[in-house]
Write a protein that binds this ligand. Structure first.
Ligand SMILES: [Fe+2]
Length: 176
């Protein structure tokens, strides 16, 4: 992971995506890291980060997200590049473009660009920092979903932002 995350973003992202796409197909990884999470997950109220491995120097962060049925994030962006792959079940990703120029503080205009369902066989999705990766991820299905995320070094002071597009409002992130 360190060798991937020390590369420039353009080289790191496809490698991170390949790494995660392969990882979620590994029976040993699924058996030791993912399957043990499923028992408690069904009873959780919201999504959560079940495992997290941070490089001491901030070069990368590997995180395992658990998505009980019907849970999902708010629309948000990120302070670093990121890639994730679904390891169990299916997650729905909705991606947004930012249509304003950022000149008005605490305001943003978003337009939905696409949505995709990601299953373990579908490879990995990638985001760039800031406006290059505004999305919402969730699990609209009836089974538990699990996804594995790799984030590169932080490039912005703010740890990502949440967006509430109905009010054209952007604010600092209050949750992961
Ligand atoms: Fe995200």
């Amino acid at each position: 992971m360190r060798s991937i995350c020390e590369l420039p973003t353009g080289s790191a992202l496809p490698r991170a995506a390949r790494f995660l796409a392969d990882l979620v197909q590994e029976p040993a990884f699924l058996g030791s890291q993912i399957l043990p999470l499923l028992g408690e997950a069904r009873y959780a109220k919201g999504w959560y980060v079940a495992r997290r491995y941070d490089a001491p120097d901030g070069a990368y962060s590997l995180q395992v997200f658990v998505w009980p049925p019907g849970t999902g994030t708010r629309i948000h962006d990120h302070s670093s590049w990121g890639a994730y792959a679904c390891a169990m079940g299916t997650v729905l990703e909705e991606r947004y473009d930012r249509k304003d120029d950022g000149s008005v503080a605490e305001h943003a205009r978003l337009r939905k660009a696409w949505q995709l369902r990601w299953s373990p066989k579908d490879g990995a999705s990638t985001v760039l920092p800031g406006a290059g990766g505004i999305h919402r991820v969730g699990n609209p299905g009836e089974g538990v979903a699990v996804s594995v995320h790799l984030y590169g070094p932080r490039t912005e002071e703010i740890d990502g932002r949440d967006y509430a597009p109905s009010r054209d409002y952007v604010c600092d992130r209050t949750e992961t």
